[in-house]
Design a protein around this ligand. Structure first.
Ligand code: FES
Length: 104
């Protein structure tokens, strides 16, 4: 388990996201949701569509391709056609840096 620095805390404004590419090629998106930080894999589980530019509504991210919705905080599917949850990652703030933890 390794912590990776994604961005300075001061650089991630409310409603914004930042990205981190893990060694295995997984792209992780980290969000600031009203001061809560959450990290998900930035890839829709329905047809593997990239979610980097997907719109956010409240705590949900909406896949631009077919409209599936996922809760960013839990990764849970909220709306079809996806039925598999998004992978989530632990997030922490460490010495002013936002960090995510991978499983390796
Ligand atoms: S690829 Fe995301 S809903 Fe189909």
């Amino acid at each position: 388990m390794t912590w990776h620095t994604v961005i300075e805390q001061s650089e991630l404004a409310n409603g914004q996201r930042a990205f981190y590419d893990l060694d295995d090629g997984t792209r992780v998106a980290v969000f600031n949701l009203n001061g809560d930080y959450a990290a998900i894999e930035s890839m829709c589980t329905h047809a593997m569509f990239e979610l980097d530019d997907a719109p956010i509504e409240g705590d949900n991210i909406i896949c631009p391709l077919h409209g599936a919705q996922f809760c960013i905080k839990t990764g849970k599917v909220c709306s079809a056609p996806a039925y598999e949850d998004l992978k989530t990652y632990p997030v922490r703030v460490f010495e002013g840096h936002i960090q995510i933890q991978d499983e390796a």
